[in-house]
Each structure stands twice: as structure tokens, then as C-alpha cells.
Design a protein around this ligand. Sequence first.
Ligand SMILES: C[S@@+](CC[C@H](N)C(=O)[O-])C[C@H]1O[C@@H](n2cnc3c(N)ncnc32)[C@H](O)[C@@H]1O
Length: 273
Amino acid sequence: MAWRTEAEEERFSFTPFTRHPFFTEVNRWIVERVICPSRRTIVDLGCGPGAVTQLIVDRLSQCGEGRVIGIDPSASALEKARRAIRSRVAEFVEGSAEWLSRLVPSADAVIFCNAIHLVPDKAKVIAEIRKVLKRGGVLAFNTTFFNGAYVEGTTGFWRRWVVRAVQVLREHGIAVQHEGKATARSFLSADEYATLCEHEGFSPPTVELVRVEMTPESLEDIGRFSLFIEGALPGVPLEQGAEALREGLRRALDETGFSTVPRNWLECVAVAS
Ligand SMILES: C[S@@+](CC[C@H](N)C(=O)[O-])C[C@H]1O[C@@H](n2cnc3c(N)ncnc32)[C@H](O)[C@@H]1O
């Protein structure tokens, strides 16, 4: 992960994107399936500034006793989460999925929203999650950066967005390391995720796709998120990257004629066997 100043973390935060209604919808899908009275210790892995943690806290309050431990490697995101969520059932710990079992000895459920695509060694992390779950415990994750996220007929738009952003940068004399793939992290398919879960000690997972309509405002907000900028435009300073993605988005929407762009979220729930 690139080093960022606190001011950059604040300016290029994930929070504005989390305020779009569809984002609550794709995360509530997970939270409602996972939280029940028999599951008391919930880990919100990769909690970021706490949008999903808040949904978990709300759900726990409807389901009796329970607590949530939010974990994230970003100290500034955790600071935002601590400020946003003042609940006695929530606590926050700095750390990474790769060493989860050293942070939390045992849990009934691990919720990992919008972050698994950022993990380079997914098998290792799923094995680590399995270590902290009791038999019957649940791993639930979602992501929209997977092979299958693009709805038919929209691939050209996603490609064009990055190509146009690169063009804007070149117009300003800024070179880009390589181009052509929004968030250049590894994209697995739904089947590959399911196979990984089974391989690491889970029953065959429930996997579903939820289709959402992304508004131009939501695309602009994700285009101002540090991790998205670093994935789409590797090596480009955040300020210039965000501006290029904003102008690139305007051009791509104009050229393709989309008013909103549909996209799939992968939703996966696996029970520890
Ligand atoms: C897009 S944000 C999602 C935040 C939150 N889960 C949500 O859905 O609102 C991704 C988060 O994953 C975190 N992250 C990245 N690599 C991680 C890792 N190896 N283990 C745990 N979290 C990680 C980032 O710091 C970031 O806060």
C-alpha cells in the first residue's frame, strides 16, 4: 500500500461512496444473512471508516447481545470509524487479514465487505479466517471487483473510463505506468472464490450476484477514493489521478450515452465445516 499523509487519507476517503443507497443495499444483504442471536462475536474485517460496522451495530441491537470488532490496516480509517460509531458493542483494532488469528482468537462470524479483492494471497487470508471461526461459524464477503462484475454491454464503458483518464493525464504531461484495467488487482470469478472457500475448510458457499445501478455521482465518488485511484492509475499522484478520473468519467459517459451504469456485486456466504 502506498504511503499517504493524513490530509490525503481524509481527502481521498471511501466515506462519500458509502453514502449512496445501493452501497447500503449490497452490504445489508450480507449483514442480514449473517447476524442472528446465536452469533455474538462478529469481526468486521477491512472495516475502513465504518459504514458496514454501523449496519452490524444496528442489526445487533435488534438481535439481542453481541459485539463487533472492526479491523483495518489503515489507522486513519479506524480513527474515522471510532469517531463515527460510538457504541459500547463496537471496538476497533489496527491490523491485517493476513494475521487475523493473532488479533482475534475466536469469532462466530467474519464479515469482509468490499476488500477481499485488495488481498494478494486470498487462499492464505481465507485459511486465516477459518482459523478464528468455530465449526458452524460464517465467513461472508462481497466485492464488485471480480470476474463477472461487468454487466453485458458495459465493458466498453469501464475500459473507456480509464483510457480517457490516461488521455487526460497525458494532455497534462503526466505518464502512467500501465493502463487499461480499473483497479489493477487480481479479479477472481465467483467459481474461483467458491473453490477457494471449499479448499480452506468451508462448506460449498452460497454465491449470489446483486445488480446495482451506479449513478454518475457514485462513480465520481469512487474515482476520488485513494485505493481506486492507485488501482486504476498506478503511480499517479492522488490529486492528479482523481482529477483525471473525474474528467475521464465525464468523457466516457458522454461518448457511451450511459446515464447510470449497471454493475454486479458478488455476495458470498460460507459456513466453516
Ligand atoms: C473499500 S474499503 C471497504 C471498507 C468497508 N469494509 C466498507 O465496505 O465500507 C477497503 C478496506 O480494506 C482495507 N484493507 C486493505 N487490505 C487489507 C487487508 N490485507 N486486510 C484487511 N483490510 C484490508 C483497506 O484499508 C480499506 O479500509
